[in-house]
Design a binder for this molecule. Structure first.
Ligand SMILES: [Zn+2]
Length: 346
């Protein structure tokens, strides 16, 4: 308690070095005498700890170092505590303590598509059209599809892997390592998710997706019955991949009366507008945690369905409900560098 109070006083004093003891006391709602005594001792010893022999290091950092650290962080927030410590010949724990005291925490940077200025303006124009002409007008389900790749050895699915142990490394190798194999076998997974919370049947293959395969397996066999199971209109928002907008496919949309988001309304390279990306990320993470190795397409399908079930209709609805809001936020923000992102924490 005593130590905490002393630290508070010193901190306040370092923030406002020109203030008198009375003013600091008033600010901290502490007796002036106490404040004066602590600061006096601090100036004499440059420490708030009463006994230097106590088994604890000084909790204050000299002002000069603190200033340097803050200034450098402001200039380059990518530097680690260790980088800063090396730069100023300090201990990294001192750097960490200093920044934490200033409320500077460490965060992981998120992936952001790297767009050119020209692409950015296309994104703006199309997002605006999409918002005005579809999202705020259409009063039905929004159905989104996409494809992703999953390694046959789930343990090799990219992403972080964690293990629980009482000590680092104290688990068998298969839990503590990621065995990376560049040529590992993988499957292509295709699926659609809808704003009502339902998912289409999954399509798993080890072939490359072509317009023909897409039309036959995805559109005809899975999308069409799915749309027809609705008793209200459905707007289909396919992925931007060219095979989803080929001539054959466009004709199919027309023939089957499938309403779809036209190509020229779709912001390019904008995964943050497509919650299905988040859906993939969650599914991949859950599969990875299983650590299984599947042998064939059937086994892959079974596993995928098992994992997909862990996200219920409410979960899918929640993901899909963010589309309009995310685009509205994006359009309302003038800062070009700001893109609200779906992949915040998965
Ligand atoms: Zn629906």
């Amino acid at each position: 308690m005593e130590a905490e109070r002393r630290e508070k006083i010193v901190h306040c004093y370092l923030e406002n070095p020109l203030w008198s003891a009375s003013r600091l006391a008033k600010q901290l709602k502490l007796p002036r005498n106490t404040v004066w005594r602590v600061i006096k001792r601090y100036k004499e010893t440059l420490t708030t700890i009463r006994k230097p022999q106590a088994n604890r290091r000084s909790v204050t950092v000299d002002r000069e170092l603190r200033g340097k650290i803050l200034k450098t962080i402001k200039r380059n927030p990518n530097l680690s505590d260790r980088d800063l410590a090396r730069k100023f010949g300090a201990v990294h724990s001192t750097v960490r303590r200093t920044r934490l005291r200033e409320g500077i925490k460490s965060y992981r940077a998120n992936k952001q598509p790297n767009r050119t200025i020209k692409q950015n303006s296309v994104v703006k124009i199309r997002a605006r059209k999409l918002y005005d002409q579809v999202l705020t007008k259409f009063d039905g389900c929004l159905l989104m599809d996409d494809e992703t790749y999953v390694k046959a050895d789930f343990g090799q699915i990219p992403g972080q892997k964690f293990y629980l142990a009482t000590a680092r490394g104290d688990v068998p190798a298969k839990f503590k390592f990621i065995f990376a194999d560049k040529f590992a076998r993988k499957f292509m997974i295709w699926q659609g998710i809808c704003s009502c919370g339902k998912k289409t049947k999954v399509f798993v293959t080890n072939k490359t997706m072509t317009s023909e395969l897409y039309q036959k397996e995805c559109l005809q066999k899975r999308i069409l019955p799915f749309i027809r199971s609705h008793d209200h209109p459905v707007m289909f928002w396919p992925d931007l991949a060219s095979c989803h907008y080929s001539k054959v496919v466009q004709e199919w949309y027309a023939e089957k009366w499938v309403q779809f988001v036209p190509k020229n309304l779709k912001p390019p390279n904008c995964p943050q507008f497509r919650p299905i990306e988040k859906y993939w990320a969650i599914m991949r993470r859950r599969l990875k945690a299983k650590g299984k190795v599947v042998k064939d397409i059937n086994k892959m399908t079974t596993w995928w369905n098992k994992i997909a079930k862990t996200m219920d209709e409410e979960g899918v609805r929640r993901l899909m409900s963010r589309v309009t809001g995310t685009i509205r936020e994006f359009l309302g923000n003038r800062d070009e560098s700001f893109y609200p992102y779906f992949f915040l924490k998965v």
